[in-house]
Design a protein around this ligand. Structure first.
Ligand code: PLZ
Length: 460
């Protein structure tokens, strides 16, 4: 095994791999400069001059290499990664099997466009996703590049299948930044502000949010269904789109029974039930898809992020007769299901199986819950600890209330980065700290990252 010294160039880093092709980055938090260091500051100045100010970055440092559970910056600082690039590098960054599959494919052909000359990895991936998504019925897939594009296409498919137009989404939902998905996303700032007009025929229903509404699942579902029936009408409704565990909206796990009741109503009324598993999918929650944990079999599942280990790939997978509804040529795109991305995705699915990453996600869940519940027990600003698998969050509030404390979330995330831990915020109110480590992170590093966070909370 080659030992990699942080501070190498990307080429040297690529060369310094294990015999299997995996990264040999030391799995430790190690700061060798202040954060950001001089090289990151230099790049930040160039970035300010050249990159749109409308594109933000949470971290003040620039990445040079990443693998296992660390991100190494251009100054040689090594950070524990509790974000996975927003739930993308679930199998690990530059995971050996993904690197090997993409390397083999990139040398063979980079692109033909599946709509022009098809290739086998697209077909094989569709076969695999049909097996892995919940529900024992005939399924088909279509591939795209981003999560937002998958959501848009799920809506197109549902409209073509039903001949209806309306779409129901939920409070706190996040579905993307394209025009249709901006309409579907709940939060105005920064996603929608000034970008209207938005697509019509999108309606918002109340979610089950146990920490804030205190309702049981069936009651929360009845509230949502009543609103849908009164304000939209089942006869006009093409699709209900819901994240089984809400991501950007605050890692909200609906009360048990909420999603099954909504799914059952959709079925009775010929409405296409779409699970947006862009963030929850592919082992993240300890199941292949979180819908399985909620006891639902969606008609369509949108998949992206973790499915291809960082290469841009998204999918709509679902009931064959629904996915087949649009006219031939109605779905597609130049890069949808690009061969590098499909090769990466097949390697990701193999890695999840070979390394039993569903079990690993549940082990990570145990560590996250243990550490965060211990924190909550001594810090009254932690109002709620929730999530599934390696997708867990704390909601920060003013002690003894449910009043959001966004300033604290921001302060903790900023200070954690200064101390070598990448942690992200989320939530409609910006008061949620979320933990999404890659499943390739070791227990030692995970515990070390939480020791740092404990220190940050104590000092904040
Ligand atoms: N659906 C459930 O989580 C992406 C984006 C954050 P794209 N979430 C992270 C940001 O600030 O842009 C997401 C999601 C769910 C859809 C999407 C959209 O996926 O690949 O970013 O388009």
């Amino acid at each position: 095994m080659t030992t990699l010294t942080p501070g190498l160039s990307p080429q040297e880093t690529a060369a310094a791999t294990t015999p299997q092709g995996g990264p040999a980055l030391p799995q430790e938090i190690r700061l060798v400069t202040e954060v950001p260091g001089p090289r990151s500051r230099e790049l930040a100045a160039r970035r300010t001059a050249a990159v749109s100010a409308a594109v933000g970055s949470s971290m003040p440092f620039f990445a040079q290499a990443a693998g296992g559970g660390v991100v190494v910056d251009v100054d040689g600082n090594s950070f524990a990664d509790l974000g996975s690039g927003i739930a993308v590098t679930t199998v690990g960054n530059a995971a050996p099997a993904v690197v090997a599959a993409v390397t083999e494919q990139v040398a063979r052909f980079t692109h033909t466009c599946f709509m022009i000359t098809p290739y086998d990895s697209y077909v094989e991936l569709a076969e695999r996703l049909a097996e892995l998504t919940p529900g024992d019925f005939a399924k088909k897939s279509a591939f795209f590049t981003s999560g937002a594009e998958a959501v848009e296409n799920a809506v197109k498919i549902a409209r073509a299948h039903t001949g209806r137009q309306a779409v129901v989404v939920f409070d706190h939902a996040y579905h993307g930044r394209t025009n249709l998905t901006m309409a579907m996303t709940a939060k105005n700032m920064p996603y929608k502000n000034g970008f209207g007009p938005f697509a019509p025929e999108v309606y918002r229903a109340p979610l089950s949010y146990p920490f804030r509404d205190g309702l049981d699942g069936p009651t929360a579902a009845a509230r949502a269904i009543s609103l849908i029936e009164k304000q939209v009408g089942a006869a006009n409704l093409a699709a209900i789109v819901v994240e089984p565990v809400q991501g950007e909206g605050g890692f909200i796990v609906p009360a048990p029974g909420f999603l099954p009741a909504i799914a059952a109503w959709a079925k009775e009324n010929g409405v296409v039930f779409v699970a947006d598993e862009v963030q929850t999918g592919v082992a993240r929650t300890g199941a292949w898809f979180a819908s399985a944990l909620e006891g639902i079999e969606p008609d369509l599942v949108t998949i992206a992020k973790g499915v291809a280990g960082g290469l841009p790939l998204s999918a709509v997978t679902g009931r064959a007769e629904i996915v087949d509804a649009p006219v031939t040529g109605g779905l597609g795109g130049t890069y949808g299901g690009n061969p590098l991305a499909t090769a990466a995705a097949l390697a990701v699915l193999r890695t999840v199986e070979d390394e039993d990453l569903l079990a690993r996600a549940r082990q990570v869940e145990d560590v996250l819950f243990r550490r965060l519940r211990a924190l909550a027990a001594r810090d009254p600003r932690v109002g709620d600890v929730r999530g599934r698998g390696a997708m867990v969050a704390v909601e920060l509030v003013r002690p003894g209330t449910t009043e959001p404390d966004a300033a604290l979330a921001k302060k903790v995330a900023t200070e954690a980065a200064q101390r070598g831990v990448i942690v992200l915020t989320c939530g409609t109110d910006g008061n949620v700290l979320r933990f999404l480590p890659p499943l390739s992170i070791g227990d030692d590093l995970l515990e070390q990252a939480f020791d740092v966070l404990d220190g940050v909370f104590a000092a904040s």
